[in-house]
Design a protein around this ligand. Structure first.
Ligand SMILES: NC(=O)OP(=O)(O)O
Length: 321
């Protein structure tokens, strides 16, 4: 089977360079605008999805993206592979890599399993979400922001809610765009992974950007372009404190918070729980782009798969910085 070398994986945004991130986001945005000729760049390639936990958006997006790009699709559900009977992830990846070109996997909380699946470097492996990071969600989000605002450089985002995998991915992506601000407000004990905050700060300092986190709703920024929140019960994770909801209650997005930022757009990675992390009036209101954002899951998946399997042109400088 013909292979592109080196095999490109998207396991963590930390593994991709700024230029690679810009190219993926730029391509996703171009797909969103219908600016890419549909010449089936992945014709004759075989892409598999392997989801052991629930997914509506990511699984569908990657399945449809593979088909739209001309690839053939194999789909594994939670009980299908011999990993369930004890076969090691490394052996599983070795076998799958003999037959597949790419595996899009949401398997377990840990990134270690994905790294083992990818370790033979014979097929691309895409992280469709682990406990620590949701890299393709950040691609989706940046593509949606670029479409909504026409730029990413200088955007100011207020993220409210758990410092979960979506927040971690955003922290590893947005500060790589010049002059951006990411203000993160998370409940005490449910903050960003320290590694994401640390790395995000490093990216910020080299791009004249800002990332800051607080565990209260005091000293909010004067103005922002985007207010972003996520579900409180992240898929595949468990909160051990039975009283966790008390800690989360101040970190809701309601009309009062949106009124503070009269020109801000509301974003949510979905699934949403109206009345919990966000009021229905906000999620379904005129300033919400949450459901347009979900459409970018498909464009993001197309950008990611094309980058992995065929490579991408450099991003246009004006579009992405
Ligand atoms: N946002 C997101 O990852 O949605 P799914 O869990 O439905 O894939």
């Amino acid at each position: 089977m013909e292979r592109f070398t080196p095999v490109r994986h998207l396991l963590s945004l930390n593994d991709v360079t700024d230029e690679e991130l810009y190219a993926i986001v730029d391509r996703s945005h171009a797909y969103a605008r219908g600016m890419v000729p549909m010449n089936r760049p992945l014709a004759d390639r075989v892409v598999a999805t392997y989801f052991r936990t629930t997914s509506t958006r990511t699984r569908t997006a990657f399945s449809v993206a593979a088909l739209r790009l001309g690839a053939r699709l194999v789909a594994y559900g939670p009980g299908d592979l011999q990993e369930n009977t004890g076969e090691e992830a490394g052996d599983t990846g070795r076998i799958l890599g003999l037959m597949l070109d790419a595996l899009v996997a949401r398997t377990s909380a840990s990134a270690a399993e994905l790294r083992a699946l990818a370790s033979w470097d014979t097929m691309s492996v895409v992280n469709a979400m682990t406990e620590d990071e949701h890299p393709t969600q950040a691609v989706t989000d940046l593509s949606a922001m670029l479409t909504a605002f026409g730029r990413l450089g200088g955007l100011r985002v207020l993220y409210v809610g758990e410092g979960n995998n979506t927040a971690a991915a955003l922290s590893l992506a947005l500060p790589r765009y010049h002059g951006t601000e990411l203000h993160v407000r998370t409940p005490p004990g449910y903050g960003l992974p320290q590694s994401a905050l640390h790395r995000g700060s490093e990216y910020a300092s080299s791009h004249q950007a800002l990332i800051e986190e607080r565990h209260d709703m005091e000293d909010l920024p004067d103005d922002v372009d985007v207010v972003y929140t996520t579900r409180w019960q992240t898929t595949g994770t468990v909160k051990h404190d039975p009283d966790w909801m008390t800690a989360f209650t101040p970190f809701r997005v309601d009309e009062a918070l949106m009124k503070r930022y009269p020109s801000a757009t509301f974003m949510h990675d979905l699934p949403a729980h109206r009345g919990q992390e966000v009021d229905a009036d906000v999620l379904d209101g005129e300033r919400s782009i949450a459901f347009q954002q979900a459409a970018h899951k498909l464009y993001g998946a197309m950008g990611v798969l094309e980058w992995c399997l065929a490579g991408l042109p450099q991003a246009s400088r004006t579009a992405t910085r």
